[in-house]
Design a protein around this ligand. Sequence first.
Ligand code: 0O2
Length: 226
Amino acid sequence: MNISEQENETIKTRILSVVDDRTIDWMEKKSIEFSRLMAYYRCAMMEIETKFNVLNEEYSLEFDRNPINSIKTRLKNPRSIKEKIERRGLPVSLSSIEENLNDIAGVRVICSFVEDVYALSETLLKQDDITLIKKKDYIASPKKNGYRSLHMILAIPIFLAHEKRIMKVEVQLRTIAMDFWASLEHQLRYKKDGEFTTEMMEELYQCAELSAELDQRMDALREKLR
Ligand code: 0O2
């Protein structure tokens, strides 16, 4: 249900009339702290995005082509953060969010070829301000449904006016073909008016295998051109 601006204002006024000043101060403080934490994640995401843009530029100078097709960034919204933390039975607090959730900041890098995925991830990991926390290679070992991507949880410093903070960012690297499959599978999965049958899951899996074959054939073509 959508509520209008006016209804929203009425609700706010009613809440403020029954909540005492100390609670309002506390709510405002928490809201500012949450916004600040999200801003730190945004900074970390920008750092990682810039690093990939720099690598893309350098490859383009050296090899006369761009290994990166596009980069997408996203910050997990407050509702998804709350749902994930509650699903895991963890305390709903800022320190718990920062400590336990690895994917508040997400950077997705869409590459041209499978080889680019590995070359870019290896080059990035060699940078001395990056720490690898976790890596999942769903390209070498695809998920049961056929999903493929290279996932990394990285820690990166951000430099603020008076402090340095280490933030976590989830990086997903995949090819255009892998992204095509994952985007459509995601759309189908979140369609509210239906469930996947076994046949549909098998069909999706076959599509993932087809897209993997496409990647292999494009890689082979590129190899021939070298
Ligand atoms: P959104 O909106 O994309 O963020 P972890 O505790 O992080 O190790 P988790 O959360 O299971 O464990 O992480 P995993 O398996 O590395 O993958 C999480 C993210 O990868 C998902 O985020 C998706 O973005 C993507 N992903 C993983 N499996 C699939 C899949 O089968 N299909 C598609 N389309 N994407 C997948 P979120 O939070 O689900 O969503």
